[in-house]
Ligand binder design. Structure first.
Ligand code: PLP
Length: 224
């Protein structure tokens, strides 16, 4: 292996404050990189493509918690529902329904996060704040016994302007408080704020992230 995953992982972990969990984003990286992180004690990994996740899940230790972090097509849900721990990027009611349906078939409860679209780029997926309010207000999710909504996820704009990134993450943190108070006050499971990647996790830690999703800073550049 030509990349020192272990020392990069230790370096990242040493910078995370208490209460911030690491999801190691292993997409496009080979199993041996994941095994190196696993040997250091890392158990939570994130992938963004269903087929790649399927292969890795089948060939790596069973106690790994897999998070699906990318845009998920509804027709792919059935493949990951049997084993995925958390699906981080819920961007429609339709997707939420499908996860509930497929998780029920497997007798599981799948944890999910609602993905917010706050960044300026038009290309990013996710729910606008108003669309997210609408989804929660509409209320169908309350009847879904095989998904557990655990919090919110977002990606900040891909810009150098740290103040803009901070502002977007702060918007997400404030929005978390709003929906927590309105819909999840008595639900301890609704507690996760997933923001922060390799280039902006420092800012995320200052804007109340509970879960950072870091790939490059641990595994090096991805080879596509
Ligand atoms: C790839 C990816 C990450 C990790 O990005 P890095 O810059 O490599 O840390 C985090 N979140 C999502 C949704 C991603 O697709």
């Amino acid at each position: 292996m030509d990349y020192d995953v272990k020392s990069h992982l230790r370096e990242v972990l040493s910078q995370l404050p208490q209460g911030v969990r690491l999801v190691a984003i292993s997409k496009y990286h080979p199993n041996e990189y994941i095994e190196a992180a696993y040997a250091e004690g890392q158990r939570v990994f994130g992938e963004s493509h269903e087929q790649e996740l399927r292969q890795k899940h089948a060939s790596l230790p069973a106690d790994i918690e897999w998070h699906f972090i990318g845009h998920l097509q509804t027709n792919k849900v059935k493949y990951i529902a049997p084993y995925v721990t958390m699906i981080e990027a819920i961007d429609s009611l339709k997707l939420l329904r499908e996860i509930n349906k497929q998780a029920e078939k497997c007798g599981r409860v799948v944890k999910v996060l609602l993905e917010l679209h706050i960044a300026e780029e038009a290309t990013k997926y996710g729910l606008t704040l108003d669309a997210c309010r609408e989804l929660l207000e509409e209320g169908e999710w309350r009847e879904m016994s095989h998904v557990q909504i655990c919090g919110l996820m977002m990606m900040a704009s891909f810009v150098d302007d740290k103040e803009q990134i901070r502002r977007e993450m702060q918007t997400a943190a404030d929005f978390f408080d709003e929906v927590k108070a309105r819909y999840f006050k008595d639900d301890d499971a609704f507690c996760e704020r997933s923001w922060g990647m390799s280039d902006d996790y420092e800012i995320a830690c200052k804007t109340r992230s509970t879960m950072v999703r870091i790939g490059t800073a641990i595994f090096g550049p991805r080879v596509y």
